[in-house]
Design a binder for this molecule. Structure first.
Ligand SMILES: [Zn+2]
Length: 434
């Protein structure tokens, strides 16, 4: 199976332009009529839906930022009536408020189609068994790839995250040929598989994998492919737009094919916000071309990347997204979960037994992300009071896990021992190579 939707994946530049322009004009009108925060933005610059006649007019439209989503929390950006929404997803945000994303049935369907195209790029077909080790929940990874597998007509194993021994048992017993999870988790799985003496290709039938929700390097790709004997494809997505499947590597790895008949990408200069050319790095901005639940026009993703339009031997004509090289703000991705230092700070600030001096160390141990937060005890606590200190540590550990959705090791240190800075405090050390 070479394509999931060949007609749409191999359109000529002209066909694409016409389709994208038609969809954009419709979306702008729909958004203006149904999404008040964006209508206000357009009114503020006296832009009317009729001013947008084709894709060429896209740069006239104002941007949408993460802050806009927070300001309209939880449902202000929903354009479809409640009766038409069928699902909400959400991701964590700096303020502690979630970034909410609402979908109609058609949105779920379009997303599943795009993610099914991704599965095919990784080598899946209707005969495949697709093992999904992304978490199922508000996070889009699990359900996103689940619906994609069903849309393709494959057999989905909804393993979800965690319990590595069980995962390996399912992989060996069911013989999945495709796996979806984070890149750090597949490396951890590979190590466990090696430790148990299981042989890829003999005990396991994996031939392709889609690994996303974290940035990863070509070195990691080579390592994964060598250890497990499979094709390792990068998959890009974000919950604000849909989830995994916005762009994906094919086997030629010429950049991630962007599903631009549904989600249109632009790269803009991070300072001027003017669109830049192919292969130039900047902030990725995405416009949803047919989303109903929460359409987004020119959404600033904060991801730093570039696009390329080189021909790909696979025959797909879509523009390609080169690997994400960073985030334009300070967000950390720990085991696929977005963590902002300000979230950590807000938990620390709520505890009267500690001082607001802290340092975060992120590392990768045994290919899994780890996070340690060193924080100073309040001078009011006797350093000999071991029981009290342990109670403070346990409370902080629990509060942090609940606020971040990912565990962190808390290290309590004596008052005055964390390095002070006169300028912007250096509160973070990221020892991971990426
Ligand atoms: Zn290709």
């Amino acid at each position: 199976m070479d394509f999931f939707q060949k007609d749409l994946e191999t359109m000529s530049a002209d066909q694409k332009f016409v389709l994208q322009s038609e969809k954009l004009v419709k979306t702008v009108k729909y958004v203006y009529e149904n999404q008040k925060p964006y209508r206000d933005k357009m009114d503020a610059i006296k832009l009317k839906p009729s001013d947008i006649k084709s894709l060429n007019d896209l740069p006239k439209l104002p941007f949408v930022t993460k802050q806009d989503l927070r300001d309209s929390y939880p449902f202000g950006m929903m354009a479809a009536p409640r009766r038409d929404l069928v699902r909400l997803h959400a991701s964590s945000a700096t303020t502690g408020k979630l970034t909410v994303s609402g979908h109609t049935m058609k949105d779920i369907d379009v997303w599943a189609e795009c993610a099914a195209r991704s599965l095919v790029m990784a080598g899946a077909d209707e005969e495949s068994i697709v093992h999904v080790s992304y978490g199922y929940g508000l996070f889009t990874g699990g359900l996103g790839m689940h619906y994609a597998g069903e849309k393709l007509g494959a057999v989905v194993v909804p393993a979800s995250a965690g319990n590595t021994q069980k995962q390996i048992q399912l992989l060996t017993d069911f013989g999945a040929d495709i796996i979806c999870c984070t890149p750090s988790y597949i490396i951890y799985l590979a190590e466990e598989i090696e430790r148990l003496g299981l042989k890829p290709g003999v005990d396991l039938k994996l031939k392709g994998g889609l690994f996303g929700a974290e940035t990863w390097t070509e070195e990691m790709r080579a390592d994964i492919e060598k250890r497990l004997g499979l094709l390792a494809c990068d998959i890009y997505g974000l919950s604000e737009i849909c989830g995994p499947g916005v762009a994906t590597d094919c086997k030629y790895k010429t950049g991630m094919h962007f599903q631009e008949d549904h989600y249109f990408p632009e790269i803009v200069d991070v300072d001027t916000l003017e669109p830049v050319g192919y292969k130039q790095s900047g902030e990725l901005v995405i416009t949803t071309l047919d989303r109903e639940g929460m359409p987004l026009l020119r959404y600033r993703t904060r991801d730093i990347a570039s696009l390329n339009n080189d021909p790909c031997p696979c025959g797909r004509t879509t523009v390609k997204l080169n690997k994400i090289t960073g985030r334009s703000d300070d967000m950390l991705i720990i085991r696929g979960v977005n963590v902002f230092p300000s979230q950590i700070e807000s938990v620390l600030l709520q505890n009267p037994n500690i001082e607001p001096h802290y340092h975060i160390t992120v590392d990768r141990v045994n290919n899994l992300d780890t996070m340690e937060i060193a924080v100073e005890l309040s001078p009011n606590i006797e350093i000999e009071n071991i029981d009290k200190i342990e109670a403070v540590r346990q409370k902080l550990t629990a509060d942090m896990a609940s606020a971040l959705s990912v565990g962190a090791k808390i290290k309590l240190v004596s008052p005055g021992t964390i390095t002070r800075s006169e300028g912007k405090a250096k509160r973070l050390t990221d020892k991971r190579k990426i």
